[in-house]
Write a protein that binds this ligand. Structure first.
Ligand SMILES: [Zn+2]
Length: 173
């Protein structure tokens, strides 16, 4: 087996795991390469667990310049698994955006409460019930309800800490 003989289904799974982006949360570039976490020369390990999607720039910083160490790459890999199981695509993108902006408040539109339901369950965001728009539905059967069309959330201290750990590649388990 050679370095280049990574089976197509494993390559695909590694790319899907990171959403066809660089696995480093503060980068997330869309040009991707498959990187070995433990170098091919050391273990000849082409398994899913030893592979991670990185952009060419981060790949060079890891493999050649040693600016990103192996432990950090292992943490990014481990966090990908946790994030994919626990949070939806929208939540993962939101964590990336908040990691970059550092914002403590954000506003979502209709069904925003469903989009961040898991992160709210984990105590990372708080709905302070700021008055926003509503959509009033009244049915002939007597049904009547105001559905909120905007949701304003505060990032809690736990949320700030989680997003910092996520962005730094620290353990989020
Ligand atoms: Zn990158």
């Amino acid at each position: 087996m050679t370095r280049d003989s990574i089976p197509a289904e494993i390559k695909r799974a590694v790319l899907v795991e990171a959403g066809h982006r660089c696995a480093i949360p503060t980068c997330r570039a869309t040009t991707t390469e498959i990187a070995h976490i433990v170098p091919w020369a050391e273990t000849h390990d082409n398994s899913f667990g030893n592979l991670i999607s990185l952009c060419p720039n981060c790949h060079t910083r890891f493999d050649q310049k040693k600016e990103i160490d192996r432990l950090a790459i292992k943490m990014y890999k481990s966090n990908l698994g946790i994030l994919n199981n626990r949070y939806g695509e929208f939540e993962r993108r939101l964590f990336e955006v908040l990691a970059k902006s550092g914002d403590r408040v954000f506003v979502l539109g209709t069904a925003g409460d469903l989009l961040v339901a898991n992160a709210i369950k984990d105590g990372f965001f708080e709905d302070k019930k700021v008055d926003g728009g509503t959509f009033f539905v009244q049915g002939s059967n007597g049904f009547a309800k105001h559905f909120p069309t905007t949701f304003t959330y505060w990032v809690t201290d736990a949320g700030v800490e989680f997003i910092r750990r996520f962005a730094d590649g620290a353990d989020i388990s």
